[in-house]
Write a protein that binds this ligand. Structure first.
Ligand code: FES
Ligand SMILES: [Fe+2]
Length: 345
């Protein structure tokens, strides 16, 4: 007797109803100065700037509660930002420090000050939809290698993507997309390691005719540090550091940030401008590969019940790991704390 034929598969998918919690990288250290930067993230607008004297990075809600102007159009004086509309002065702690034409500052004159940190020549902002402070154990760790003088500065490219930021994270476990999307010839080793708020992908294979060896780790939901070595057919070993990052702009869109650091070519030592131009040139030459996933992300649907096969990576495990950032701190499963290795070699 014939077995009953399966019905057409029904995709189920629901956008997360909140933003993930964690540190999000917003750019390189040299991109932020005492000229305010406008950041349209997390469904709102933020302003980031360096204190004119302290040099410290500050991130505030950008909308001024007086009459709604965006503080990113204002000016920095000391560690405060002056609103461009009626010149109220907002301190780095979010409290109004001065109103040039008033005797008394209204008691409610306070805006949200977002926790920010600098590490690895990058700037990060902390977001918790429940308003909690940064979790100490989740501070971005220092990568000593980044500070080695043999590397160029970071260069970051940004692209707006019309999907929930979770779509990008799937890449970590998605072993099967590296050949068709990224042009790898073969994946010979593939392992994922989940531990508390970190998730690592180890991958070896063949790419561009040589042997590639890649290590990528997410520290929380937004920041991934990656190092890759490729033995080229001509015997030269190419090595670079990269960043694959996201900051949600809304629940159905995110900014994709791709960062790169390359060895400084001979003759460019000490010339930062030339080094940045050099990295931009490499990115332009490889733009297809860098943004290879974009066309897929722009057009795909959210799928909570992916139809997986035995050759796929640990997509379900990865999503369980990621879900910790979408629930309040006291609901994070204790089972995620330990180190777990998923080998799909
Ligand atoms: S709107 Fe900012 S000072 Fe009036
Ligand atoms: Fe990818």
């Amino acid at each position: 007797m014939n077995e009953a034929l399966p019905e057409p598969y029904v995709i189920e998918g629901k956008l997360p109803d909140r933003y993930p919690r964690g540190w999000f990288c917003i750019g390189t250290d040299y991109e932020f100065t005492s000229v305010p930067t406008k950041l349209d993230y997390f469904g709102t607008s933020l302003v980031a700037y360096r204190g004119a004297d302290s040099g410290d990075i500050h991130v505030l809600d950008a909308y001024c509660p007086h009459m709604g102007a965006n503080l990113a159009g204002g000016q920095v004086v000391g560690d405060s930002v002056i609103c461009p509309f009626h010149a109220w002065s907002w301190g780095a702690d979010g409290f109004c420090k001065d109103i040039p034409y008033a005797q008394k500052i209204p008691a409610k004159a306070r805006i949200k000050s977002w926790p920010a940190m600098e590490q690895n020549e990058l700037v990060y902002v902390w977001h918790d939809p429940d308003g909690g402070p940064p979790i100490e154990a989740q501070a971005i760790p220092r990568e000593d290698e980044i500070y080695d003088e043999a590397w160029t500065p970071w260069v970051i490219r940004r692209v707006e993507v019309g999907s929930n930021c979770r779509e990008l994270i799937d890449n970590m476990a998605d072993k099967a997309h590296f050949v068709p999307v990224h042009g790898a010839e073969e994946i010979t080793f593939f392992q994922n390691i989940s531990e508390a708020h970190t998730y690592t992908q180890l991958m070896k294979g063949k790419s561009m005719g040589g042997v590639m060896d890649s290590r990528a780790t997410y520290y929380g939901p937004g920041y991934m540090f990656h190092s890759m070595t490729t033995d080229m057919p001509d015997g030269v070993t190419a090595r670079f550091l990269s960043l694959v990052m996201n900051v949600p702009t809304s629940l159905s869109s995110f900014e994709f940030l791709a960062g790169f650091k390359y060895p400084i070519p001979p003759g460019m030592e000490g010339n930062t401008v030339a080094q940045i131009a050099h990295v931009n040139e490499i990115i332009d030459q490889n733009v297809q590969g860098v943004f290879a996933d974009l066309a897929i992300w722009q057009d795909k649907v959210t799928i909570d019940n992916p139809l997986l096969c035995d050759g796929d990576g640990p997509v379900t495990r990865l999503r369980q790991w990621y879900n910790q950032f979408l629930v309040p701190v006291d609901q994070v499963p204790a089972s995620l704390a330990g180190r777990k290795v998923y080998d799909k070699s």
